[in-house]
Design a protein around this ligand. Structure first.
Ligand code: FS2
Ligand code: SF4
Length: 540
């Protein structure tokens, strides 16, 4: 196996024996084959000039397949094998409908068993691209597409679809197979991926806000009540909606975990009396926090950490693109409806959660809410009460070096405001950082996809201050990354023209020295240094 798609990749270079995330060699290789199959489908669609309006189910399965390969989403070899077979069947049907002379092996290869699949993976993985710069660009685009697919799938679950985004995914995956493309072509495609990343986040924002209302300032309880409860993790709001509907009046409470926290900010979920609060912290702390929760845990998306005990495993349910061998599974019916009665029944037999912390956190500062406060914010900037904004969106992770972000938030001058989104916020959202004239010093816009809100806020400020360049705003970007959704957020910011983004705690292992050089020279991308030197640099 060879995988270097996330920030925790072994030695910063690549996982080769088993993933640091817990992914087995077999799962890693099957995921490579699934991606390869998607490239084959894409070539058929692009070269055969198929009208994707007629490919509804296939468009969805493309998103789902990409999502299944995101870090910490699916560890289940059986479900990945099933998905490969499903997508090969789709591919072979599509191939019959086109008249294309020459097709790549990805569009025609056959396998008939697990053994033949694994044999095939020897020639289709990341290292199959020999030129390290071409490999680096191809993989960066692929990881961006994975993030884009996740956001597009969430939007689709709410009923918002974009054929334009699906068409781009086919175009980009087919291009990755094309050996005639130069490194320059691939750099251009990388930026185009960012452009479609913006579209995907806008689509999801529209889906979320049209269905659930605009996020608003909300205080979220982080303590517990005395009822049995279910913990819901991941990013999918339609799963949460269905769970809240089905637990209504049952005496079972629902708590959010990690990236599901921002669900509390949406008006539509406030009507549920049993929507009790948020339990725990960022994804990686689940190893200590699922034990004392006692109740069932529903994973709607990543990030799953391999459960350490049979007892925890017996309480985990996966749905959608997620999977873990030996855990319970909830499937949707053909209308997307899910029956959570098994989870609710289990919750009733288990004790209420132990309290691991008390108090509350405040969030809900997505674009609509911040723009409602725009006068106050603009005044604070004009009077000098706010000197600078720091966009610190992204992900959290296990590495000790991420303590940097807590320290950075603590040491920032008191006349600065942090704009955050994603699970990165757990490094500083429980600190008492105070406010500036009633504006909290940490403004949480929501999940990682809500980084779109932060971009909208920046664009609005640019307009209000009459600037011709987003980089002239008093905003610095100090982003923490972990998995592929952060890659699409980064590419989206680059597409929007944001320069001098600092990325940590380490730069991606998938950047070859030459590709890293392009990012540094063209976009001013940099890593992080020490807290003091970085604050000095940013405030200069
Ligand atoms: Fe955090 Fe994990 Fe949001 Fe990422 S919970 S690292 O999936 O997508 O962000
Ligand atoms: Fe390694 Fe990250 Fe890939 Fe897991 S997802 S195998 S930790 S690079």
């Amino acid at each position: 196996m060879f995988c270097y798609q996330c920030q925790e990749t072994a030695g910063g270079k690549g996982c080769t024996i088993r993933g640091v995330c817990g992914k087995t060699e077999e799962v890693a290789r099957l995921q490579d084959l699934l991606i390869y199959t998607l490239k084959g489908i894409s070539e058929i669609v692009v070269k055969g000039k198929l009208d994707i309006k007629n490919l509804g189910k296939t468009n969805y399965e493309m998103l789902n397949s990409l999502f299944m390969t995101i870090t910490n989403a699916n560890f289940d070899d059986g479900s990945i094998e099933k998905q490969i077979l499903k997508m090969i069947a789709v591919r072979d049907e599509l191939r019959k409908t086109v008249k294309v002379q020459e097709l790549h092996d990805a569009a025609i290869f056959t396998v008939d068993s697990r053994a033949s699949m694994l044999e095939k993976t020897a020639s289709v993985g990341v290292l199959a691209t020999k030129n390290e710069d071409v490999r680096s660009l191809r993989e960066m685009i692929t990881y961006g597409l994975k993030g884009m697919a996740a956001y597009t799938e969430h939007a689709k679950n709410i009923g918002k679809e974009s054929l334009e985004i699906s068409a781009f995914i086919y175009e980009a995956l087919a291009a990755i197979l094309d050996d005639s493309l130069t490194a320059d072509d691939l750099v251009a495609l990388t930026l185009k991926t960012g452009e479609y990343g913006v579209k995907a986040m806008a689509l999801l924002d529209e889906a979320n806000t049209s269905r659930y209302g605009n996020p608003e300032i909300t205080e979220v309880n982080i303590g517990v009540r005395k009822n049995p409860a279910i913990l819901i993790s991941g990013h999918d709001l339609t799963d949460l909606e269905q769970l809240l509907e089905q637990t209504k009046g049952t005496g079972v409470d629902v708590y959010t975990h990690s990236e599901m926290l921002p669900a509390h900010y949406y008006p539509a979920f406030k009507k549920y009396d049993n929507f009790a609060g948020n339990y725990g912290n960022a994804w990686w702390k689940q190893v200590d926090e699922f034990g004392p929760f006692h109740g069932p845990i529903l994973f709607t998306t990543n990030c799953i950490v391999p459960p350490r005990s049979e007892e925890i495993r017996s309480r985990i349910f996966t749905t959608g693109s997620t999977g873990y061998p030996g855990c319970n599974r909830i499937e949707a019916d053909e209308n997307g409806k899910k029956d959570f009665s098994e989870i609710i029944a289990l919750a009733k037999t288990l004790p209420a959660p132990d309290e691991i912390e008390t108090g509350s956190i405040v969030g809900g500062f997505a674009h609509n809410q911040v723009l409602a406060l725009a006068d106050k914010v603009v005044d604070a900037v004009k009077t000098g009460a706010i000197k600078k904004f720091f966009v610190m969106a992204g992900c959290d992770g296990r590495m000790k070096s991420r303590a940097y972000y807590t320290e950075f938030a603590e040491r920032l001058p008191k006349d600065t405001v942090i704009l955050t989104a994603g699970c990165a916020k757990y490094r500083y959202n429980k600190l008492k950082l105070g406010d500036i004239g009633g504006i909290p010093r940490v403004l949480d816009a929501g999940q990682c996809n809500d980084s779109y809100s932060l971009a909208l806020i920046a664009l609005k400020l640019k307009e209000v201050f009459g600037l011709d360049d987003i980089n002239k705003l008093p905003i610095a970007f100090n982003i923490a990354w972990y998995e592929q959704k952060a890659v699409i957020v980064l590419l989206a910011l680059l597409y929007l023209g944001v320069k001098n983004i600092h990325l940590g705690p380490t730069l991606p292992g998938f950047l070859s020295p030459n590709v890293a050089k392009v990012l540094v020279e063209k976009f001013g991308i940099a890593g992080i240094g020490t807290v003091d030197s970085d604050i000095e640099l940013f405030m200069a």
